[in-house]
Design a protein around this ligand. Structure first.
Ligand SMILES: Cc1cc2nc3c(=O)[nH]c(=O)nc-3n(C[C@H](O)[C@H](O)[C@H](O)COP(=O)(O)OP(=O)(O)OC[C@H]3O[C@@H](n4cnc5c(N)ncnc54)[C@H](O)[C@@H]3O)c2cc1C
Length: 382
């Protein structure tokens, strides 16, 4: 249970979201403009990064209370509020990001300190290397491996921030079987680490990239979870991480949906009765999706091993984001996406959110399993 005043946190971050919105099209046109945004100081990315106590001199303070943004609930509220301005910058900002969550779950004290001390330096990006060109949703079948001599060999694709990251985690197989996948903490300056950005149409500030791992040397201390049992480390251990990340991606979708609805109301002052009814239905569904996302985030904080509600939240939020961003441009007339580039950006960002942390199809499979196992009665909401 969080003690942070979530309403105050939202209010505190609204001006930041507005500043992101002002710069969203510049970053969308040229993801390199993210540097100018960071230079401007409008985004307190270090304070929002989720550092454990002791790594930042100046944690975020909301009404005088320090907020570390370490719980899934806090992360979800931050993500939703800022995504109203630019969801891609939330994911593309420097900081611990997704690797921080896996480090929190799997690392020992020494590894955690190595990671956070490094990432506490300004403008330090991290990466989370799981997806492969032929292995996305089916992460258990990944082919990147630790081969003879203890080196990493393989190919990761669609990895956020990887071409500008200096540290991150790589999922790789060290032996066959479900317990045979390890998670390794890897410095990108090591020989054989060869990363490059990809061109994407949405979520462009994330600067998705691919990385070829050509016999990247590993040290024993790089293996995350070396102090844990085999079922708590590796891919199985990281399931807890995914369950805590999904409500955050769902929250980004809620923020984008709110942005789309607000945008159309700003650009058009009067609507027909049918249009008003449509928008009000979207408002109601957004209200419900927001509540479900918060409930999923609370659930993930309480029991990160249960992914049922996070899957429900992600599927629900993405259903709505997809429908709203497909529907509202028509309310602004033919050519709306051309004439309203910010709305067009929202439309293009949603498929990126759909893929992050698994598509709705995959979430529904998780949800069905949870339901069959008698978990999360709230799954009825979906
Ligand atoms: C903005 C963004 C940021 C990302 N960041 C990262 C990152 O930092 N690190 C990282 O490792 N990856 C990252 N990804 C990759 C993301 O995790 C993958 O795109 C996602 O897991 C899906 O994998 P895939 O693209 O290979 O698609 P696939 O898994 O090949 O899926 C393709 C299609 O098949 C469907 N499908 C898959 N499995 C099933 C099934 N069992 N039954 C029915 N249908 C199925 C899916 O719904 C989808 O429609 C990111 C992606 C995006 C867009």
């Amino acid at each position: 249970m969080t003690t942070v005043d979530l309403g105050a946190l939202r209010d505190h971050l609204r001006p930041v979201a507005a500043a992101l919105r002002e710069r969203a099209l510049a970053v969308d046109t040229d993801p390199g403009a993210l540097h100018a945004l960071l230079d401007s100081g409008v985004l307190p990315y270090r304070q929002l990064g989720g550092f454990p106590p002791g790594y930042l001199d100046d944690p975020l303070r909301v009404r005088g209370v320090p907020v570390l943004v370490r719980t899934c609930v806090e992360r979800a509220v931050v993500a939703e509020t800022l995504a109203w301005g630019d969801a891609s910058v939330v994911v593309g900002a420097p900081g611990p990001s997704m690797s921080g969550v896996v480090v929190d779950d799997l690392a020992d004290d020494e590894q955690r300190d190595r990671f956070y001390r490094h990432v506490a330096q300004p403008r330090t990006w991290t990466f989370f290397g799981l997806t492969e060109p032929d292995r996305g949703s089916d992460a258990a079948a990944l082919e990147t491996a630790v081969v003879a001599g203890g080196v990493l060999r393989g190919h990761k694709k669609y990895v956020g921030n990887v071409a500008r990251a200096s540290l991150g985690v790589v999922f790789a197989r060290h032996r066959p079987g479900p317990l045979g996948v390890g998670v390794y903490l890897v410095d990108t300056a090591r020989p054989g680490f060869d990363a490059a950005p990809l061109v994407t149409t949405g979520m462009r500030a994330v600067q998705l990239g691919e990385v070829r791992l050509r016999d990247v040397p590993l040290r024993p201390e790089d293996t995350l979870g070396r102090h844990l049992s085999p079922s708590r480390r590796g891919l199985l251990g990281a399931v807890r991480t995914f369950n805590r990340l999904r409500p955050v991606v769902a929250a980004l979708a809620v923020g984008v949906t709110q942005a789309a609805l607000d945008y159309v109301r700003t650009e058009r002052s009067s609507f027909t009765a049918d249009e008003r009814g449509l928008l009000e239905t979207f408002d109601d569904r957004l209200h419900a999706a927001r509540a479900l996302v918060l409930q999923a985030a609370r659930g993930a904080d309480a029991d990160p091993a249960d992914g049922t509600l996070p899957a429900a939240a992600k599927a629900t939020a993405l259903d709505l984001a997809d429908e709203v961003t497909r529907t509202v441009p028509a309310l602004l007339g033919p050519g709306a996406r051309w004439e309203h580039p910010y709305l067009d950006k929202l439309v293009r960002d949603v498929p990126g959110l759909e893929m992050m942390e698994g598509t709705r199809t995959v979430q529904r499979l998780t949800l069905a399993q949870g339901w069959l196992q008698g978990r999360a009665r709230h799954a009825e909401l979906v």
